[in-house]
Design a protein around this ligand. Structure first.
Ligand code: ATP
Length: 447
């Protein structure tokens, strides 16, 4: 399956897309939203395994960006906020995509994505491009008039800028320091698609890192390197990742430098995360519109200044998809083909599956006791029906790194077997040591 890794020049692998989409549906990672009503285009609900995967990716990001640092603090800002935020940020005026209609089949497309030809019917009879606004508009309160208009946030970043002073005053942070946030964002995308790659409701993981202006480039380089290594740390091979620097003409007017971290999706390279040196644009724009100076007073120099902001902005749902694609593999074990998700142990929905050798009255109480002990520290699944070999395959297919098997000998020797997903090797361990031994293996997987 991993054609992309075979040669020196990686190339996309369309068969992988179908395999992962099928697996996601079949095993409960991702379902079409409201499927019993026929769904709604390009909208998805994350199932039991998907919810666990998202939680783990969120946690992995949080760990690297907040927990393991003393210079980044989190916030959790509102989705609905004062519309003046979007006026100041420029979203109200410019957050648009160029839209064209096909006069033949009436489909709508993003002009920059189709090179003058309708992808649906092939017609070149298209309307002139016109700007289409991507923010979802709604009304706050009981009266639906101009004064009640609000927007669903199209990014989480503005929450960090408008809370800059609050955070400065309530924590003891000073530049260089960051504010991080994970949360839902909404964009009325013209052409959502490619499974969960582009959806209208999605989740972002963003951080704004405020630095003295002269240190902007240094911290931009630093965050490009840090973020790239985060994807590697959780199991994406180098050949599937690249950092693409934007050319000068591609840069937004406020950006001094931008780079995208790209992943080799089954259809080609696609953005996972954008990293930008946004200069002092956002803090200055909000200072101007609110009348509140968003500056830092540097006691050493006795001067006020507006910090520059370095922003690593990643997509949680898109990244979860990339991890699934990168983990998908098929191999042969003891002459039998299996599908295995080689997810990093910290990303796998379940860390451990507790499996009594068979569904038997004598084994169940001990197996359940093992489960209760392990559940205190680890996310576990319990499964006692079907032949043990088939249950191993089921766990391999959803990426569970360890299976613990309780058998009839366990009743005598108070030991159980740990089976490793990747090597399929099995070791016998005293039941009293299981929890510690598994936690040790998971800790050493941190990287
Ligand atoms: P794109 O060029 O793909 O539309 P963008 O450059 O507009 O993305 P940013 O505004 O930089 O995206 O958002 C940061 C990250 O949020 C993106 O790298 C992506 O991972 C994620 N993201 C943005 N839009 C969507 C979407 N519609 N669906 C899922 N994830 C998204």
């Amino acid at each position: 399956m991993k054609e992309a890794e075979a040669g020196s020049e990686p190339h996309p692998n369309p068969a992988l897309f179908d395999a992962v989409v099928n697996l996601s549906k079949r095993r409960g990672f991702v379902f079409p939203s409201a499927e019993i009503y026929g769904g709604i285009r390009s909208t998805y609900d994350w199932g039991p395994l998907g919810a666990l995967l998202l939680r783990n990716v969120r946690e992995a990001w949080w760990r690297a960006m907040v927990q393991e640092r003393d210079d980044v603090v989190p916030i959790d800002a509102a989705v609905l906020t004062n519309p003046k935020v979007w006026e100041a940020s420029g979203h109200l005026a410019t957050f648009t995509d160029p839209l064209v209609d096909c006069r033949s089949c009436k489909e709508r497309w993003r002009a920059d994505e189709i090179e003058g030809r309708c992808p649906n019917c092939g017609s070149t009879d298209l309307t002139e491009a016109r700007p289409f606004h991507l923010m979802f508009k709604t009304f706050v309160g009981p009266v639906e008039d101009e004064a009640a208009i609000a927007y669903l946030r199209p990014e989480t970043a503005q929450g960090m800028f408008v809370n800059f002073l609050n955070v400065l005053q309530t924590t003891r942070k000073r530049p260089p320091f960051g504010i991080a946030q994970i949360g839902r964002s909404f964009r009325n995308e013209i052409t959502p698609g490619n499974f969960v790659f582009r959806t209208r409701e999605f989740e972002q993981m963003e951080m704004e890192f405020f630095v003295p202006p002269e240190e902007g480039q240094k911290w931009f380089d630093y965050w490009c390197e840090q973020r790239l290594s985060w994807y590697r740390r959780y199991g994406i091979a180098d050949a599937m990742l690249r950092l693409r620097q934007h050319e000068a003409e591609e840069l937004s007017h406020y950006s001094a430098a931008t780079a995208d971290i790209e992943f080799l999706f089954p259809w080609g390279w696609g953005e996972l995360e954008g990293i930008a040196n946004r200069t002092d644009y956002d803090l200055k724009a909000h200072s101007k519109h609110s009348g509140v100076k968003l500056e830092y007073f540097d006691q050493a120099s006795g001067e006020h200044y507006t910090p520059y902001t370095i922003e690593p902005a990643a997509g949680l749902t898109r990244t979860a998809m990339a991890y699934l694609l990168a983990a998908y593999d098929e191999d042969v074990v003891a002459g039998e083909r299996r599908t295995v998700l080689r997810l990093h142990p910290h990303l796998a929905p379940y860390q451990v599956a507790v499996l009594p050798l068979s569904k038997n009255e004598a084994l169940t109480p001990l197996a359940r006791e093992v489960l209760r002990t392990l559940q205190r520290r680890l996310v576990c699944e319990y499964d006692e029906t079907q032949a043990i070999g088939r249950r191993y395959r089921r766990q391999d297919e959803i990426g569970t790194p360890y299976c613990v098997t309780v058998d009839f000998d366990s009743l005598e020797d108070h030991a159980a077997t740990i089976r490793d997903r990747d090597s399929t090797e099995q070791v016998r361990v005293p039941i009293s040591e299981l929890s510690g031994r598994l936690a040790e293996r998971l800790d050493s997987a941190t990287g």
